[in-house]
Design a protein around this ligand. Structure first.
Ligand SMILES: [Zn+2]
Length: 162
């Protein structure tokens, strides 16, 4: 049976966040034989450049260049991300699906308001994913609890809190 387990799961609020902020780390770990998945929280549909379709194509090309094993979009609203139960469940579902040892996610404080929300959302989902009584299902089958060993926030526009 094919497994979707990876070593690293990188979350990004928008389809280019991971590439722009963590591509070097990802390339280094892939070169060491580690596997990486990316989950984009939104399709980037409100961005000033391109649209959801063009950004999806760019994300697919970037994934191919980087050597990403799996990539998906979680369908949350760009420009209106919220750390609520619906959003948390989507991230928990992805964490339990990919069972990463390490999670990379957005900067805790940054220019785009989605980034900070995504940062807290990912960190919260990593904790909640480890709770056995927090149920999620894939094709009607309960997913096992899974808590990554570490969560790291990558740097984006702001290097320091101002
Ligand atoms: Zn972004």
């Amino acid at each position: 049976m094919e497994t979707t387990k990876v070593d690293i799961l990188a979350f990004g609020a928008h389809p280019d966040d991971v590439e722009c902020s963590a591509a070097g780390v990802i390339l280094k770990h892939i070169a060491m034989g580690r596997t990486v998945a990316i989950a984009d929280l939104t399709a980037g549909e409100t961005g000033n450049y391109g649209d959801a379709e063009s950004r999806k194509h760019e994300a697919e090309s970037a994934s191919e260049i980087l050597g990403i094993k799996y990539r998906e979009q979680l369908g949350l609203p760009d420009g209106a991300l919220e750390n609520n139960e619906t959003s948390r469940l989507k991230l928990i579902y992805a964490i339990r699906k990919y069972r990463p040892e390490i999670v990379l996610c957005n900067a805790v404080y940054d220019r785009h308001p989605d980034h900070a929300v995504a940062a807290k959302l990912a960190a919260d989902a990593c904790y909640l994913s480890g709770l056995k009584k927090k149920e999620t299902f894939i094709d009607g089958v309960a997913q096992d609890a899974w808590r990554p060993k570490a969560v790291y926030h990558y740097v984006q526009d702001f290097l320091y809190r101002t």
